[in-house]
Design a protein around this ligand. Structure first.
Ligand code: ATP
Length: 645
């Protein structure tokens, strides 16, 4: 049995195994499970491991079970120091410390010592694990990891530290000037981003919606292409994104941005437009957990650009880094304030943690000033850590003008400015609408939410071609915060579909019909479909119903509905699933009662999916609470990257 993988273990657990068998400390863990902190799998995992190892010390069982539970909630590790002071909700610090004291663990230090002496835990002092220490868990300081996740984090950390301390390249300042001829009193952060990213083999360009991430990176690619063309060394550039939809958007926006470049046809031609998903790039073999490309079989490229990096989880980032050839450049684009990846980790957030205020080390700021003729030196900060060299934040949105509410609302929500959020919602902006639920309302206003699809049904009625239909469908989206309940995506979808049925648009909601819109919920390599891909059902030339999916080159493939196995109707989708997509108009539906998923990041992500019009359906109290709630994910990256200046 592979104890290193929680999922392997889950699959191999005998369902009849009693979690309580032979484990003397069952009362303690049972209590934590009863309070909702642990899942059955967390207990089973650690209890079985402990039995195999002949260990039964409660402080070990508790720490292991918590490590597993926290991983399930998206954390890379647990921090015993935090848990010691403030255990998860449902258990008080007093209860925890009393329980541990009964096992002679009287302080945080003695808890860590007890764990270090377990055969199940390797202790790491310098980021490495002692040779031959084949333990399922690793303790680094007060952070406890599952071994595999510790390895992923180390892989990413070592790469980031090496790349941000690399000997800088010398970008061509004349070319940079040519790409950014306009002058302004303010610092042009796009120009700085290009100079910065061209200087190192790893870079992150982060920015909110419409801050010009694609425009900037296209200029960066142009600079790299022009420089290497001058040296007679053509570059192999690849573009990728975490989902098919995000890849299709990247393809489209790079192609648009290229058209406006003040450069020769040859240079433009050398910049690719075609983006693929990360899974496809790495050579996904769906039956196996390892990708085709890795350290021993690296990707064949010189430059890799990855968009929508907020959606990339830690294991994927580690595998991507593992597959990078040593000489290649990695450029990451994303909005650090968006929701983190569905799976464990928040790599973009962790890497760019202090980006707002850290700016650059003085020598680096001076170098950027010289390269760009922008006054970057005013942002010199002797306390900035080495990673800050690799990061640039685009600070100005070109999409939202001074009269637009979406930009202001997004900004207020992002900074947790409750007053600002409420005043934006109440200010009658032409692009922001707020629908406060009525006292005692128990169901969402389905008719109002569904109205946004009128243009789509008209296009279906006119049997417009699939490309036009797709465009109309993508212009509006209902987003929900939660999955379950009357305000959750499942019932909202059902009610919207039933509403269309009552209006005669849907002949029978239980079968396939022209206009049915679905989202794939599981990767299917055989069909070339990825989790999150959207398909629209329409007849083909011989009047057979097919479900049409957009490919990353913008073409469409029609599949027989019977070939699809895992999908759901998508007249509404969760905010989580909407990451990587944008719509002209968005209706965001909040539940009626407080929920832990209502966070600043979730609402910010919902708002920033809308390009032209954003409607919020939710109570002020929930919006205010969300603005003050941040998602926190434990990982060692922030401390390792940001606390050693
Ligand atoms: N420096 C600039 N001056 C004027 N307009 C700009 C500038 N940079 C970008 N834009 C325009 O702003 C819009 C958004 O730019 P772009 O698509 O590059 O931003 P983005 O950050 O990639 O957006 P998204 O939120 O879609 O990811 C585009 O219409 C682009 O042409």
């Amino acid at each position: 049995m592979d104890f290193f993988n929680q999922l392997d273990l889950l699959a191999s657990l005998d369902e009849t195994t009693s979690a309580e068998q032979d484990v003397p400390q069952k009362v303690g863990l049972a209590l934590w499970q009863e309070r909702g902190v642990l899942r059955p799998i967390d207990r089973q995992w650690i209890e079985q491991l402990a039995r195999h190892a002949g260990e039964d010390h409660y402080p070990l069982l508790l720490a292991g079970a918590l490590c597993s539970a926290f991983l399930g909630a998206g954390h890379i590790c647990i921090d015993l120091a935090k848990i010691w002071k403030k255990p998860p909700e449902g258990i008080t610090a007093g209860q925890l410390q009393t329980e541990l004291a009964q096992c002679n663990v009287l302080s945080l230090t003695s808890w860590c010592q007890a764990l270090s002496s377990s055969a199940l835990i390797a202790t790491s002092t310098d980021g490495s694990v002692p040779e031959g220490a084949e333990c399922p868990m690793v303790l680094a300081g007060t952070r406890l990891y599952l071994y595999r996740y510790f390895q992923y984090e180390q892989q990413v950390l070592v790469y980031l530290q090496r790349q941000s301390n690399a000997e800088p390249f010398e970008p061509d300042a004349t070319l940079i000037e040519q790409l950014f001829p306009e002058k302004s009193a303010e610092v042009n952060w796009q120009k700085v981003a290009v100079a910065n990213a061209a200087s190192l083999p790893f870079s992150v360009i982060s920015g909110g919606p419409g801050t010009g991430k694609t425009t900037t990176v296209t200029k960066l690619l142009a600079l790299l292409v022009a420089q290497s063309a001058a040296q007679g060394k053509p570059l192999r550039i690849e573009l990728a994104a975490p989902t098919g939809k995000a890849a299709a958007r990247l393809t489209e926006s790079i192609s648009n941005a290229k058209a406006d470049l003040p450069l020769s046809h040859e240079i433009k031609q050398a910049i690719p437009e075609q983006a693929s998903t990360l899974h496809r790039l790495l050579g996904s073999d769906f039956g196996r957990s390892r990708f085709k490309h890795h350290k021993e079989n690296p990707l064949h490229l010189d430059v890799l650009l990855v968009d929508e990096v907020s959606m990339v989880d830690l294991p994927m980032m580690a595998k991507l880094i593992d597959a990078m050839p040593p000489h290649a450049r990695l450029i990451l684009l994303g909005d650090k304030d968006q929701l983190a990846s569905v799976e464990a980790g928040s790599v973009l957030g962790d890497v760019s943690l202090g980006i707002e205020t850290a700016y650059f080390q003085p020598d680096w700021a001076a170098r950027l000033t010289q390269l760009t003729a922008e006054n970057v030196s005013q942002f010199a900060n002797p306390a900035a850590p080495p990673i800050s060299r690799a990061l640039t934040l685009l600070r100005k949105s070109y999409r939202f003008d001074a009269n637009s509410g979406i930009g202001k609302l997004a900004k207020s929500m992002n900074s947790g400015d409750v007053k600002g959020v409420l005043s934006c919602l109440q200010a009658n902006y032409h692009d922001v609408h707020w629908h406060v639920p009525e006292e005692g309302q128990t169901k969402p206003n389905i008719a109002a939410l569904a109205k946004g699809y009128d243009a789509y049904w008209e296009a279906v009625r006119q049997k417009q071609d699939i490309a036009s239909l797709y465009k109309v469908f993508s212009s509006y989206q209902v987003l929900t915060a939660v999955r379950q309940g009357e305000f959750g995506v499942e019932l909202v979808n059902k009610h919207i579909e039933h509403y269309f049925y009552q209006r005669g648009r849907v002949p029978d909601p239980h079968v396939w019909y022209p206009g049915k819109a679905v989202m794939i919920t599981r990767n299917d390599a055989g069909l070339g479909l990825f989790n999150g891909d959207i398909g629209l059902c329409m007849p083909d030339e011989s009047q057979r119903l097919r479900v049409w999916f957009m490919q990353s080159d913008g073409s469409f493939t029609g599949l027989l509905p019977s070939r699809l196995s895992e999908f759901e109707v998508v007249f509404a989708m969760t905010v989580h699933k909407s990451q990587g997509s944008e719509f002209e108009r968005v209706s965001l539906l909040l539940p009626m009662t407080p929920s832990p998923v209502l966070t600043r990041e979730l609402i910010y992500t919902g708002i920033t999916r809308a390009r032209q019009e954003f409607s919020l359906w939710g109570a002020a109290s929930l919006v205010m609470a969300a603005a003050q709630t941040r998602i926190e994910r434990n990982s060692g990256l922030p401390e390792e990257l940001w606390s050693h200046a």
